[in-house]
Ligand binder design. Structure first.
Ligand code: BEZ
Length: 208
């Protein structure tokens, strides 16, 4: 295998990183990327990462020429243009905007889930703001309900950027917010997820 030409700033627990890792698996590009593990949180930043991405966020991808890409959506778009297989992000037309919009909904689940995670895991319990936590949880509930009602056929049609993003979002809910019980309101989504979670790309990237 050739030497990796790119470096991915990575943490195995990050669902945003997981999306990138799943795409690398699915497109046969794993060998092109070296992983640089970053242990960080909003209150304990990672200095090496801050030097590469002033927002201090993972994933960030350093290319062979030293340019650094972020965030996960930009990295997915870049990597999807570096392989010769079928694109996992449609290049044009209404399919492009629809698949990216479903991917954006998955990211909305993740954004809310991460805010809940930080509030509950990092702040002292007496400082928890319950109404705000409820508001974040409601975003997740609404989005899961939408996917169940209006996106199942599209999710089942191909394992592309939309499906990867939704699968990683649901995987993160299982990992950190299992008490939300997302499957209770979404039996079709649960059945779909049970299937795609068996893909080697998903098994190899389970959060830890
Ligand atoms: C987590 O432990 O849940 C986590 C770690 C890094 C980035 C995002 C989430």
């Amino acid at each position: 295998m050739s030497t990796p030409s790119m470096t991915l700033f990575h943490n195995a627990a990050s669902p945003y990183v997981r999306k990138v890792m799943v795409l690398l698996h699915e497109t046969g590009q794993l060998g092109r990327v070296a992983l640089h593990t970053c242990v960080l949180s909003p209150v304990s930043p990672h200095e090496n990462l801050n030097a590469e991405n002033p927002a201090g966020k993972i994933p960030a991808l350093r290319l062979a020429d030293g340019a650094v890409l972020h965030d996960s959506r930009v990295i997915l778009d870049y990597l999807d243009q570096q392989h010769v297989g079928n694109p996992l992000i449609p290049r044009e037309g209404s399919a492009r905007w629809r698949r990216l919009t479903i991917a954006s909904l998955a990211d909305a689940i993740l954004d809310a889930a991460l805010l809940i995670r930080y509030e509950t895991a990092m702040r002292p319990v007496e400082k928890h703001w319950q109404e705000w936590l409820n508001g974040q949880a409601e975003k997740i509930v609404r989005t899961v309900a939408y996917l169940e009602k209006d996106a199942m056929a599209e999710l089942a049609s191909t394992f592309d950027v939309a499906a990867i993003s939704v699968a990683c979002a649901l995987g993160y809910l299982d990992f950190r917010l299992a008490h939300l019980g997302w499957r209770d309101q979404a039996p079709q989504l649960a059945a779909w997820y049970a299937e795609v979670a068996q893909r080697s790309s998903m098994v190899a990237t389970q959060p830890a």
